[in-house]
Design a protein around this ligand. Structure first.
Ligand SMILES: *[C@@H]1O[C@H](CO)[C@@H](O)[C@H](O)[C@H]1NC(C)=O
Ligand SMILES: *[C@@H]1O[C@H](CO)[C@@H](O)[C@H](O)[C@H]1NC(C)=O
Length: 341
């Protein structure tokens, strides 16, 4: 009798231990296996998780600091806005909307490229990144309805699959106005639009709209002694840009989006001065492994740049846009990146 009692107790304890062991070991093993399986799958296939959407904001910050010149406001706004939008500890109230404004070549596309590369492992090839170009994708005034239907379907379809989508609209000023009105509900303060949650999405709009106003303002400040470019504040520009965006032709013309304040940040790209263009040139040489180009070769690249406005000739009218191909040509022509060249 006593023996069976002892046996039963031993059995009971053993069961307890196995169960504990079972829970103690198997649960983490299960989680780990799941994690390994996911990361294995996500190594070959793009996933809607941090495996493929790595959101490397430190990397973005470094890249912008290193390659973007003369745009202190851009550096201030862009990384911080994105970082806080996807912060782990809070759900955004609405999709993030950034509107980039400035002359061609002031770096709008360049900054966008770094955003794409640092947020998504597959960069511009990511299925979560969508790049629309005004003149290419929305060229006809007669097709506004069709464009709107497509856009709505695509944004909805993609966001249903994965919330962290990036939609880039380039050349907004070349789009028929009204097309963009269709996205208004998706970027508004709502947690649910027909069963879809758009709040993790990011929308970036690029245009030349307001650029003349930006440049005039920088010029005025330059003429006034004592105001340094680096002292210019975002508030100095936001009003100028919204007014420009509202009144000039194009995608935001008399737009609902602007009218209802759904753009979170207007980001002014300032016109590039000689010293900034020179940095672009040096960067382009460096990217071709020419670390110490001669003054003569730098000047040769500089000679292709056109300057405005007509009297002051202070700003590059094309920013750093054609610098890359010009430097490439100079490097090839003089064989600058060959050993001993
Ligand atoms: C996602 O967006 C792309 C355009 O970038 C579109 O071609 C595709 O059909 C969309 N997918 C869904 C499921 O709507
Ligand atoms: C620059 O140099 C690195 C290392 O020496 C090399 O891997 C790379 O291909 C070079 N790039 C160009 C553009 O020559």
């Amino acid at each position: 009798m006593q023996l069976t009692g002892v046996l039963a107790r031993i059995l009971f304890i053993q069961c307890l231990i196995t169960t504990c062991l079972g829970f103690g070991f198997l649960a983490p093993v299960g989680v780990a296996l799941g994690g390994i399986a996911a990361s294995a799958i996500c190594r070959f296939k793009e996933c809607c998780s941090e495996h493929s959407i790595h959101a490397d904001f430190d990397g973005l910050e470094d890249a912008l600091k290193k390659h973007i010149y003369g745009q202190h406001l851009v550096l201030d706004i862009v990384t911080n806005a994105l970082r806080s939008h996807w912060a782990d500890n809070h759900k955004p109230q609405k999709a993030l909307t950034l509107s980039f404004h400035g002359w061609p070549g002031s770096g709008k596309n360049y900054v966008t490229k770094f955003i794409v590369e640092n947020m998504y492992k597959y960069g511009s090839k990511s299925k979560f990144v969508h790049h629309f170009i005004g003149r290419m994708h929305f060229s006809s005034e007669n097709k506004v309805k069709e464009y709107q239907e497509n856009l709505q379907e695509w944004i909805k379809g993609n966001t249903t699959n994965c919330g962290k989508q990036l939609f880039i609209f380039d050349e907004v000023d070349k789009m028929p106005s009204r097309v963009l009105n269709i996205i208004k509900p998706m970027i508004d303060y709502r947690d649910d639009v027909d069963g879809v949650d758009y709040r993790d999405c990011v929308f970036i709009f690029l245009s030349n709209t307001g650029a003349d106003l930006i440049n005039e303002h920088v010029l005025e400040m330059w003429k006034e002694d004592g105001v340094k470019r680096e002292d210019l504040k975002l508030q100095d520009f936001e009003m100028l840009i919204t007014r420009g965006a509202f009144n000039e032709e194009g995608g935001f013309h008399h737009s609902d989006t602007i009218r209802s304040n759904l753009i979170d940040h207007y980001v002014p790209f300032l016109p590039m001065e000689r010293r900034h263009v020179k940095l672009c040139i040096l960067d382009e040489f460096a990217q071709r492994n020419v670390t110490n180009p001669s003054e003569e070769h730098v000047n040769e690249a500089m000679a292709f740049v056109e300057w405005g406005p007509s009297t002051e000739k202070l700003f590059s009218t094309t920013g750093c846009k054609r610098i890359s191909s010009k430097v490439g040509m100079i490097v090839t022509q003089y064989k600058l990146n060959k050993p001993g060249g």
